[in-house]
Ligand binder design. Structure first.
Ligand SMILES: Nc1nc2c(ncn2[C@@H]2O[C@H](COP(=O)(O)OP(=O)(O)OP(=O)(O)O)[C@@H](O)[C@H]2O)c(=O)[nH]1
Ligand SMILES: [Mg+2]
Length: 214
């Protein structure tokens, strides 16, 4: 029996931006989407996973990402006997929610093309919902999580910017969110795009979801 190798992302490229289904890319592939409040670090996390700083546009001003952005990724793992498995899929970066300055426009986006994409996609294997690890549980995050679950989606909670807290503080925030959302230990993880902590673990979870979905 050959041991399974670990997955890594070996290629990534921007494919398309969409605000309506006709603009979704072809061919269709399995998808993993990233959602969360504006400025939580969705685009940074995508860059961290792909090890490509400029792939998704990052900004300190909330509301940077305004469209559904598709990135084509190729992952690879090598087994002990040197045989190789490859897997292609899309990562999907979404506009943030809870952005006060363009409140109404943002709510319209969310009740319009973003909700349509999330609830209607046949290819969505997993949604990674990002929450800033420094925040207390917010109504918008709780509501979003429960809505995703009501759509039947698999949700992975990722507490971002863990480099901003001590290890102890990060662990107590993880316990708090786990309790508030009623999660099992493997449904929540902490991440830092600044130093890539948990990158390998997140890639394994994403590939597990992608492979189970196909
Ligand atoms: N220290 C630290 N800063 C981070 C991390 N991730 C993101 N940031 C910073 O947070 C800000 C927002 O990051 P983005 O990746 O653009 O956030 P976003 O969720 O894509 O934002 P919108 O597209 O506006 O919804 C930027 O200034 C990033 O440099 C992290 O892990 N650690
Ligand atoms: Mg963004």
């Amino acid at each position: 029996m050959t041991n399974k190798g670990t997955w890594d992302i070996i290629h990534s490229k921007y494919i398309a931006s969409a605000v309506r289904p006709q603009q979704y890319p072809h061919p269709e592939l399995t998808e993993v989407a990233f959602i969360g409040r504006s400025n939580v670090g969705k685009s940074s996390l995508i860059n961290s996973l792909c090890r490509r700083n400029g792939l998704a546009r990052v900004s300190s001003t909330p509301g940077k990402t305004q469209t559904i952005n598709f990135y084509d990724l190729e992952a690879k793992r090598t087994f002990e006997d040197n045989s190789v498995e490859r897997q292609e899929f899309y990562l999907v970066d979404l506009p943030g929610y809870g952005f006060a300055r363009t409140g109404k426009a943002n709510r319209d986006q969310w009740s319009g093309f973003i909700a349509k994409y999330l609830s209607g996609s046949d290819n969505l294997a997993m949604v990674c919902q990002l929450i800033d690890i420094r925040h207390k549980p917010l109504e918008s995050d709780m509501e979003c999580y429960h809505w995703l679950k009501s759509c039947g989606l698999m949700v992975q909670i990722i507490l971002t910017k863990s480099d901003k807290l001590s290890k102890n503080a990060a662990m107590s925030q993880k316990a708090l969110f786990r309790r508030e959302l009623g999660l099992s230990d493997d449904q929540i993880m902490v991440y830092s795009s600044a130093n890539h902590t948990m990158r390998g673990e997140l890639i394994e979870r994403i590939m597990g979801a992608v492979n189970n979905y196909i």
